[in-house]
Design a protein around this ligand. Structure first.
Ligand code: FAD
Length: 623
């Protein structure tokens, strides 16, 4: 990867005798502060790192977060309040580019903008992938990331709260099972949602019988194939446990940790390491990241923070590649487009965006089988909130859906539906489709077939391919971090994704029509109103049209700084170091080389735990 000397020309410290006669000395960064590590982004991964890197006391750490404290949108803490985060001050409110394979629709893309990042705003569902997922990462060129190596880190992050208190025991406990040894005593608290309507258990039985998904004790022990009530990031008072609530609260009073919110990072600074540096990469010819610039929004002042050891970028799948690119690390044409002088050309930065997406079938439901009514009037919401805050009862104690089942298709079935490419990609031996139950109308958009009415109740059954092969990208709008990048997930570009989508639609119908679930619906065809009878069971073209009209993200964007050999599309090596640069790692969802076969939050906690462990090894912290 070619480099140039921009970092030297702009920022290197030079002896005045070395400067050519008559030339001014090179501009030096005016560092305001100095730490061992500077973490750009105080989200899910960023706050795990902030905690782990300061626990022994050996290092000082600055962590910079663009957003606020999440408590400015208090609804973030409650399961029922999840519906009020979308469009609020703790979300980035991104839009994708028009999606060519989804009728050119522009999609809302949610992303947490606060300490805790997306762990403070997400759907609360916690799941580890199949062992095969991580072993696959190793096969792709990432030693050290196999299931046996990463499983202890999944365990380390978490504490499981059994439903032991009188309040939790008052809820229906069917299918709320767990394997005790799968959890440790870490800062991230897990437990079960509270109230769920009876249709939720109906869904579990229906999915197990109609889609051949076994009812299991736990999905977090290396076999993600099965169904039960999901583990949720909730404490025993059913308040959200995010990286802000767990990892940050545990570490915030340490004198060697400084965490700033309202402090957006604007660029990475390159230059020489400090003279007494003991960097493991000291003396290489690579440019070296020595700090970051940021805006301290509360004073309006621009600051530059020096990182004696390393800069760690943890800004998520969209902003992390954007920061690399505006700082000079990225595809040549992309940097040229906005006039950024290259530091390291790497064509892979911002590419290979991989995401899961969802679509649903909606049915008219009996009011007590749905939680739609809770949100249908301010009065109902007030009652639900009061019940939650005073005695931990009622529908506000649960998000509208964290009961998910994961289906594994046989090799024969994959071939029969036209998904040989899934097998070829090494994804045969994992789960293939996630089925989700929502006790409301979901996704929240109307479809071409039905507009949700304020006086009706709904349930939705949702499918998400866990083997999405389509790839999109993140590209620059301008050279400034103040402007959102272009986000193109490119859903359904790959024809195999279309085949898997059609197959999963057919299973959704079978699940909805199964008597265990259909009994809670109103009307013909198990209450199906979207798409309803206009789309016949065997009309694949009409099914695909429906999917194109109804798909939204499942919020698992990843891969834009893949951990892979550089010749295979990589941006970081297996120790999460950016190729061609010293003193710079990326540790967040952007490094994922192959998406897990479940929702990805648990894997981000694991990646951050592993990143912290590797940094401590490299900098001789033996704690
Ligand atoms: C709405 C939603 C629902 C989801 N539901 C689930 C779920 O139920 N289960 C599941 O497993 N996964 C879910 N996910 C996915 C999961 O939460 C994310 O993949 C994960 O939290 C990402 O972690 P991260 O550390 O990579 O990024 P984030 O947690 O997003 O952190 C990135 C941080 O960087 C900050 N940042 C950005 N730019 C700058 C800048 N210039 N300077 C400083 N800071 C900056 C951001 O504000 C943010 O705090 C969901 C995601 C969303 C958005």
């Amino acid at each position: 990867w070619p480099t140039n000397n921009r970092y030297n020309a702009r920022f290197s410290k030079r002896q005045s005798t070395e400067d050519p006669p008559g030339q001014p000395a090179a501009e030096e960064p005016n560092f305001n502060e100095e730490y061992d590590f500077v973490i750009a982004g105080g989200g899910t991964a960023g706050l795990v790192l902030a905690n782990r890197l300061t626990e022994s006391g050996k290092f000082s750490v600055l962590c910079l977060e663009a957003g606020s404290n999440p408590e400015i949108v208090r609804a973030y803490e409650s399961p029922g309040g999840n519906q009020f985060i979308k469009g609020s001050a703790i979300d980035w409110n991104f839009l994708t580019t028009p999606q060519p394979h989804l009728n050119n629709r522009t999609l809302q893309y949610l992303r947490g903008k606060a300490l805790g990042g997306s762990s403070a705003t997400n759907g609360l569902y916690y799941a580890r992938g199949s062992a095969r997922v991580y072993d696959h990462w190793v096969e792709k060129g990432n030693p050290g990331w196999g299931w046996d190596e990463v499983y202890p880190l999944f365990v380390k992050s978490t504490t499981f709260n059994p439903p032991n208190t009188p309040e939790l025991q008052a809820f229906d406990l069917d299918y709320k099972t767990w394997t005790e040894s799968a959890y440790g005593n870490g800062p991230l608290e897990l437990g079960f949602q509270g109230y769920v309507p009876p249709s939720t258990n109906g869904f579990i039985v229906a999915a197990s019988e109609a889609a051949n998904i076994p009812i299991v004790e736990d999905l977090n022990t290396g076999n993600a194939f099965g169904i039960k009530h999901g583990t949720a990031t909730l404490n025993e008072r059913l308040r959200r446990s995010s990286s802000y609530d767990g990892f940050y609260q545990q570490a915030k009073n340490r004198t060697n940790l400084r965490v700033l919110h309202y402090a957006p990072v604007t660029g990475i600074i390159f230059g020489d390491p400090p003279q007494n540096s003991t960097s493991p990469t000291n003396g290489t010819a690579n440019p070296r990241a020595i700090g970051v610039s940021y805006i301290e929004q509360e004073t309006g002042l621009v600051k530059q923070a020096r990182a004696r050891n390393e800069v760690i970028v943890s800004m998520g799948a969209f902003h992390s590649p954007q920061l690399l690119m505006v700082s000079g690390i990225g595809p040549e044409a992309e940097l040229k487009k906005v006039g950024v002088e290259p530091v390291v050309i790497n064509e892979n930065v911002g590419q290979h965006l991989n995401d899961h997406s969802v679509f649903s079938i909606m049915a008219l439901a009996q009011p007590n089988a749905s939680t739609t009514e809770m949100s249908s009037s301010p009065n109902n919401l007030q009652i639900a909130q009061e019940n939650f805050y005073t005695n931990l009862t009622g529908p506000y104690t649960a998000p509208s859906g964290v009961t998910n089942g994961f289906q594994k298709l046989s090799t024969e079935e994959l071939q029969q539906i036209g998904a040989q490419a899934v097998i070829d990609a090494g994804l045969a031996n994992q789960t293939h489709i996630e089925y989700l139950f929502e006790s409301v109308w979901y996704p929240w958009i109307p479809t071409p077939f039905y507009v949700p009415q304020s006086n009706e109740s709904y349930i939705s059954v949702t499918a998400s391919s866990m083997v999405a092969l389509s790839r999109g990208n993140i590209t620059l709008r301008t050279s400034s971090m103040s402007d959102q990048p272009y986000i193109n997930p490119n859903y359904y570009a790959d024809e195999t994704d279309q085949k898997v989508g059609i197959a999963s639609f057919k299973y959704l119908r079978q699940i909805l029509r199964h008597p265990s679930l259909a009994q809670f619906t109103i009307g013909d065809n198990a209450g199906e109103i979207s798409p309803g009878s206009a789309v016949a069971d065997d009309d694949d073209d009409a099914i695909l049209d429906y999917i194109r009209a109804n798909t939204i993200p499942n919020w698992h964007a990843s891969g834009t700084n893949q951990m892979l050999p550089i010749e295979d599309g990589g941006v970081v090596d297996p120790r999460l170091r950016v190729y061609g640069v010293d003193g710079l790692r990326v540790i967040d969802c952007s490094i994922i080389p192959v998406l897990p076969d479940v929702n990805i939050l648990a894997s981000i906690y694991m990646i951050a735990e592993k990143g912290a462990e590797m940094i401590k090894e490299d900098w001789n912290d033996e704690s």
